[in-house]
Each structure stands twice: as C-alpha cells, then as structure tokens.
Design a protein around this ligand. Structure first.
Ligand code: ATP
Ligand code: MG
Length: 386
C-alpha cells in the first residue's frame, strides 16, 4: 500500500556526533510546533525525518520556514520490495507530471538497508525501465535530467520525484535565546532571522518616541515582529518609550553626539531587559559604513556599555544583499511601508564619526541618564507575538 508523507533531511546537523540527539530533539519540537494543527506524526531515521500529516501541501509550505532543514521532499512510502517500489515510482512520476510537465529523468537510488537484494545501481536501472514502459513518453537523460526520481530503501521504501531546497542552518533554540533590537526598517528584521538561522531563539525589543512617533508606527513594528516570528516557535516583543532620554540629550548635549548617545541608552536598556529575561546576547541590524554613525569607533563606544555580546549579523553585507535577503524572508514589503523611526526624529545632520569614549562619557555627564533610564525601564511593556 502506498502512503504519502514528507521527508526532510538535515544538512549541518547531520555532522554532529554525540550532540546529534540534542539537535534532533530541538528540530522535533520546532517541526511539531510549526505543524501543530495538522496532527503531525514524526519518524526520525538516519539523518532524515519522515512526517505524516493531514495536509502535506500545507506542511511543505510551513517546513520551508523551519531552520535546520536542508531539503524537503514529498514521498511515496511503500513496502521494501521491487514490485511495490515500481508502483510507488509510477505514482511519483504521475504526481510530478501533474505539478509541472517534464520529458527527461533519471533514477537515483540509495540503500540504507544493505541486506536488500539489489544494489543501488541495479535498483535505479530497474525502476528506470519500469517508468519507460509505463507510457508517459519520457526519456532517460543521465547527464542532464529535468527530474531526478529518488528511491531510498530502508525498512520501508520511499520514492520522491522532486525536492525543495530549504533554509538550512540550525534548529531555533539549539544555541540559546537572544534579544534583537527591532526598528521598523529593512535591516533589523533580516538580522533577526539570520540570528535564528544559527539556532538562536529571538525575542524583540522596539524603542518608540510616543507622541513623536505614532501608534501606527508601533503597530507596523509589531507586524514585522510577527513576520519574523514565522521562522521560530515562539516570540515576545518588548517595547520602551525612549522619549525622556531623547529630550534630555537634545536639551543638554552636543548635537553631533545625539545618535551615539541614543544608541548607548537603547543598548543599556536592551541589556537590562535581556538580563531580566535570561537572554544571553543582543542582536542589531548594524552594518559597517552604511550610515555615518555606523563606524568601528561608534560601535566600540556602544560595546563598552555591556558585558553581553552584541551580535551584528549584517556587519559585512552590502545593502543590495540585505534587500535580497529581506525579499527572500518576506519582510521587505512590510519594512518599506512608511513609518517614523524614533532615532530619526532626533538626529544630527553631521554625526561624530570618530568619537572617543572620553568624549561620550563627558556628554553623558551632562544629563541624569541613569534616573531617566530607570523611569523608562519601569514602564516596560511586552506582548506575546507567538
Ligand atoms: P534598520 O533598517 O534595522 O532600521 P538602519 O540601517 O536604519 O537599520 P539605524 O537606524 O542606524 O540603521 O539602526 C541600527 C540598528 O539599531 C537597527 O538595525 C536596529 O537593530 C537598532 N535600532 C534602531 N532604531 C531602533 C528602534 N527604534 N528600536 C529598536 N532598535 C532600533
Ligand atoms: Mg533604522
């Protein structure tokens, strides 16, 4: 009897040795969460997961947003004997032809069960012969086939007619939890999702300047956090009003230091929220040289604030590369909707590009930033995004 299922293979995770069960556990949790309404049944077998659900098409869509998976394939599962495999191969070809016509193919086989009567090349030849006989009008092209029909013989046999390249990376949660500074722009959603790619579960913190920034701007950031969180099992959004400190900076400090002083306050506050919630690092969308405030000297003055690591996944990316990723992750359209950014409400035309820590500390002395930050922190708001 032929049963339809979906298989996923994992790339980098497969290389783990003694820690593999741990990563598999994390991946299992994340797949189950992503498919929770489809009643999923998961079967792990030698670096592949076979997934049985109520709706394979929806499952395949959702699995394309789960990190730790390198390929996804719809499978026809059957008994591990040649007649059943032929039957499954014909079904797989019919399925693929209905999806998108093709005229050439080849068969590739693997035997995880080495006691199976035939060797892999023999299986491929025999299955290929049956497909040719079946009257689809297809031809074999070993060098450059349009489709590869894959046969995988284990305790059961599996035939797939096409596979989808997935996101790769490590399962979200397998490397810890971090807090990402999320603006409404293009960069920080991309940096948040890249952090997830390396196994980090990401929560978000956004600074607004109400009443200088609108409620709608905050809603937009919340919607961005929701889009980002489609790549992880759960997420929180923290929110703080930076206005009191921005007002004090504008009144008391040298205008050329405005952006840097705001950034130091944001980082100090974000680090406080991170520590109170056991998040072990911060993530930003900063990028070297993109704007005048994003220099090595500027970042170094910000890094001095906290003993938390500040991850900057986009540090070496070109803007065009970041935009390509934003499109791929589907955050771009939301990011380019108009909004007011709290940092651009109060901004200097010519920020200091080569600040020293001494200068910045002297500027901070000019205002009671500790009391102001306490006041801001005490009004922390948070929302469950997922
Ligand atoms: P983005 O596109 O992410 O807004 P950007 O290129 O506009 O980045 P900046 O505005 O200088 O750069 O911000 C650099 C980083 O600082 C952002 O990527 C984000 O991580 C953080 N950040 C900036 N503004 C905010 C904010 N209002 N709330 C939270 N984090 C912010
Ligand atoms: Mg910005």
């Amino acid at each position: 009897m032929i049963k339809k299922c979906v298989s996923v293979s994992y790339g980098e995770m497969a290389l783990k040795k003694e820690n593999k069960p741990f990563f598999e556990r994390e991946l299992r949790k994340n797949i189950k969460t992503a498919l929770s309404d489809l009643n999923p049944d998961l079967h792990f077998d030698q670096s592949k997961v076979f997934i049985y659900t109520e709706d394979n098409a929806i499952a395949i869509k959702r699995l394309q947003k789960v990190f730790g998976i390198s390929y996804i394939a719809p499978q026809f599962e059957t008994e591990a004997d040649m007649n059943s495999i032929y039957e499954a191969a014909i079904e797989a070809v019919k399925f693929e032809l209905a999806r998108e016509p093709f005229s050439t193919f080849k068969v590739e086989s693997k035997r995880a069960d080495k006691s199976f009567t035939f060797k892999s090349p023999e299986i491929s030849r025999m299955v290929g012969g049956e497909i040719l006989k079946a009257g689809f009008g297809l031809k074999v092209d070993v060098a450059n086939p349009e489709r590869i029909i894959r046969v995988d013989v284990r305790k059961k046999a599996y035939v797939s007619s096409g596979r989808i390249k997935a996101l790769g990376g490590m399962p979200v949660g397998s490397n810890g939890r971090v807090l990402s500074l999320l603006s409404g722009g293009i960069d920080s959603p991309v940096s948040s999702i890249l952090a997830m790619k390396r196994g980090l579960q990401v929560d978000y913190i956004h600074f607004h300047s109400y009443p200088f920034t609108s409620k709608r701007s905050f809603e937009k950031t919340k919607e961005l956090a929701e889009i980002c969180s489609e790549y992880e099992p759960y997420a929180m959004l923290f929110s703080l009003n930076l206005f009191p400190i921005q007002e004090a900076i504008t009144k008391n400090c040298d205008i050329r230091f405005t952006t840097l002083l705001q950034r130091r306050s944001m980082t100090r506050l974000a680090a406080r929220v991170a520590k109170a919630n056991e998040r072990t690092a911060l993530v930003t969308g900063e990028n070297l040289g993109q704007v005048a405030s994003q220099t090595l000297a500027g970042m170094s003055v910000v890094d001095k604030i906290t003993d938390l690591i500040i991850l900057r996944p986009l540090i070496t990316y070109d803007k065009t590369e970041i935009i390509d990723l934003a499109r791929k992750f589907r955050t771009y359209d939301k990011s380019i909707e108009p909004y007011e950014d709290c940092c651009t409400v109060f901004v200097a035309k010519h920020p200091k590009t080569n600040p020293t820590l001494m200068q910045v500390l002297a500027e901070e002395e000019k205002m009671p930033y500790e009391e102001l930050e306490d006041e801001i922190f005490n009004k922390l708001e948070y929302f469950k995004i997922k």
